[in-house]
Structures are given as structure tokens and as C-alpha cells.
Design a protein around this ligand. Structure first.
Ligand code: AMP
Ligand code: ZN
Length: 136
């Protein structure tokens, strides 16, 4: 299902032009307009889901299979040395477009980009408590 006011629904449906590098019944994969690196692409499901929490299991599984296929092509055709998959859910996590998308960011030696976080320094007790929250 499409959502009327969603730009990625319109792009995925082909109603707004995009640089499409792959398309099938379920997905369109486009080049990001503000790429982190050469070849930065976005996997867009054609059916609207706000984020990972709302994504049907079947689609979720297929996203990673498609990412693997395209990653291989990026390595072969763009000559990338590595690749980051990034997927943001919710404003707090940096999601700016509220239609699920998986970033595929090819990485090149000395590309000057950095995708990361500041590592915390939890105590063993803190880790134990989080573990118990998760499995309790
Ligand atoms: P996120 O912050 O994870 O929601 O990522 C949104 C991404 O969509 C950003 O990397 C934008 O550069 C990209 N973006 C936004 N609008 C468009 C568009 N019309 N076509 C291609 N990429 C877009
Ligand atoms: Zn949408």
C-alpha cells in the first residue's frame, strides 16, 4: 500500500524520477541525492512501512538478500573496498524520511567518511542489568 503524502512511495512507484539502479515487484533501489560516497544507494520497498518496526517479516528478509546481491555488484562494478549497511528508525536515530529504507554505502580506501559512534564504557553490572531487561 502507498501512503499519499510520502515522497519515497512516489519515488518507489516511479511517479517521481530517480536514478534507479535496480527494480523488481517489491523494491526500487535508487541513488541517494546526498551521497556519503560514490554509489550510495537506498533500498526502498514499494509498499509503505514507516520503519523497521512496521516492516512485514517477509519484506525484512528480502531486503537483506537484495542488499547482498547489490553489494556484490557494487564491488564488481564500482570497485569499492568495503560497504556499510545503515538503517535508521525514528527521529532519535536520525531517520529523516519516514518510509523504511536501507542505505547501502560503498566504501573506498581513504574516502574520508566515518560511520560510527562514541564507544561507551559500561560496567559488568550495567551490562548484566541490560541483559536481564532484554531476556526477562
Ligand atoms: P535517513 O536520514 O536515514 O532518513 O535518510 C534519508 C536519505 O534520503 C538521505 O541520505 C537523503 O540524502 C536521501 N534523500 C532524501 N530525498 C531524496 C530523494 N528525493 N532522492 C534520493 N535520495 C533522497
Ligand atoms: Zn512511503
Amino acid at each position: 500500500m502507498k501512503k499519499d503524502d510520502c515522497i519515497f512511495c512516489k519515488i518507489a512507484a516511479g511517479e517521481i524520477p530517480s536514478k534507479t539502479i535496480y527494480e523488481d515487484e517489491l523494491f526500487r533501489v535508487i541513488l541517494d541525492l546526498g551521497p556519503a560516497t560514490k554509489g550510495h544507494a537506498l533500498i526502498l520497498p514499494k509498499d509503505h512501512a514507516d520503519n523497521l518496526f512496521k516492516l512485514p517479516d517477509d519484506t525484512a528478509g528480502k531486503v537483506l538478500v537484495l542488499a547482498k546481491k547489490l553489494a556484490t555488484q557494487m564491488k564488481e562494478k564500482l570497485g569499492c573496498d568495503g560497504l556499510n549497511l545503515v538503517q535508521n528508525n525514528g527521529e532519535e536515530a536520525g531517520q529523516t524520511v519516514k518510509h523504511f529504507h536501507m542505505h547501502m554505502i560503498p566504501r573506498y580506501k581513504n574516502d574520508g567518511q566515518r560511520i560510527g559512534w562514541k564507544p561507551g564504557e559500561p560496567t559488568q553490572d550495567e551490562l548484566e542489568s541490560i541483559k536481564n531487561q532484554m531476556i526477562g
